[in-house]
Design a protein. Structure first.
Length: 370
């Protein structure tokens, strides 16, 4: 059993008293002010950005954010869209359950709240895909609510500045951080603009200065008070996730071609790549050959590239094989397609939500046809 979280240095009560004021001042002078989702109180735009930013860097999110807003300018448009269209726009952004929850949340906002996001963090947290910290961020930025956030960036800042031992993903450590985060909030008389600046400041500090690898301590407003800085433990705090052996799984995928078209299958709604379109697959090459025959492939495989894709908890090694549709069976196979399978022209793959490694295989195939 892991030890209870403790402070590596003194919790520094005087710093707690001035933490919010100092952070707000720093954010207004040095924080980020020109991100696409800033300078607005529109809860839809703020919510969209917060969901996309979960476990994803700003630079990656920006182009996806623009595409989503262009196609779905408001929550009603997103709620009414087919899930396939949502998944296609999300493809490549990863953590696909976020996209499914995004769609479900938009529908819930329309059905339960008349198309208006609720202002209370507790009501926001009750919507699909919105946890406690994300709800607080939306409430703060959209409504000026005094609500506490605790995402990965904030955990890193608190662990270093206040010297909190233990892995932040462990429940006891996380609970200690929530208590501290609540204490550090601006007082109840703070303006809504101050609260929003404070919330943004926490995010900015962790994203731009107090980064994982080489924190820029010299520009940090808490340099003189930081426990990690004083003890030279910036690389040790926060504590890393306890190491576990990452298992490797194997799968075989079939690129079945009919001229310049390939056969795609929709994956089950749960599990990896849930709801996306992918290639037919099997647990080994012999089973893949059986599937290929059942799907109407001509005899013989061509070997394609092998790909290793890393997920959070395992690695997936993908062996791919290519086969052409047997012309003698073509008509029957094509007619057998339904809502869970589709013959897709390679030039129209962008219209389908396809996992990144599968897209890499198909892009290579397109390149070989040029």
């Amino acid at each position: 059993m892991s030890a209870s979280p403790i402070f590596a240095g003194q919790p520094a009560a005087p710093l707690q008293a001035v933490f919010a004021t100092r952070l707000i001042e720093w954010q207004r002078r040095h924080g980020r002010h020109d991100l696409p989702w800033q300078n607005t109180r529109d809860p839809y735009r703020i919510w969209l950005s917060e969901i996309m930013l979960q476990q994803t860097q700003v630079s990656t999110v920006i182009p996806y954010y623009g595409k989503f807003l262009a196609r779905f300018p408001g929550v009603a448009a997103l709620a009414a869209a087919p899930i396939d269209e949502v998944m296609a726009l999300w493809a490549g952004l990863g953590y696909y359950s976020r996209a499914r929850n995004l769609h479900r949340c938009a529908q819930a906002v329309v059905e339960r709240h008349g198309g208006e996001f609720p202002a209370a963090p507790e009501q926001l947290a009750d919507l699909p895909g919105i946890g406690r910290s994300t709800a607080a961020a939306i409430a703060s930025f959209a409504f000026g609510a005094r609500a506490t956030i605790l995402d990965g960036n904030v955990k890193r800042v608190l662990a270093r500045v206040f010297g909190i031992e233990g892995f932040p993903g462990e429940k006891r450590v996380e609970n200690a951080m929530w208590v501290l985060a609540e204490r550090l909030m601006p007082d109840a008389q703070a303006s809504s603009d101050d609260v929003s600046a404070y919330t943004q400041g926490l995010m900015d500090l962790g994203a731009t200065l107090c980064v994982r690898g080489k924190p820029d301590c010299g520009r940090c407003p808490f340099e003189a008070d930081c426990v990690a800085r004083a003890s030279g433990r910036q690389r040790e705090l926060p504590a890393a996730r306890p190491k576990k052996t990452v298992p490797t799984r194997h799968t075989w995928m079939l690129v079945l071609r009919d001229g310049a078209r390939v056969l795609l299958e929709r994956r089950p709604p749960s599990g990896i790549w849930g709801g996306l379109w992918s290639l037919p697959e099997a647990a080994d090459e012999a089973l893949l050959a059986e599937r290929a025959h059942a799907l109407g492939a001509a005899q013989g495989f061509a070997r394609l590239a092998s790909i290793t894709h890393t997920f959070t908890h395992f690695k997936l090694e993908i062996e791919s094989r290519c086969a052409d549709l047997d012309s003698a069976r073509q008509a029957g196979v094509v007619q057998a397609c339904d809502g869970e399978t589709a013959w897709v022209p390679l030039a129209q793959i962008d219209d389908y939500g396809v996992p990144a490694p599968v897209r890499k295989l198909l892009d290579a195939l397109v390149g070989s046809l040029v």
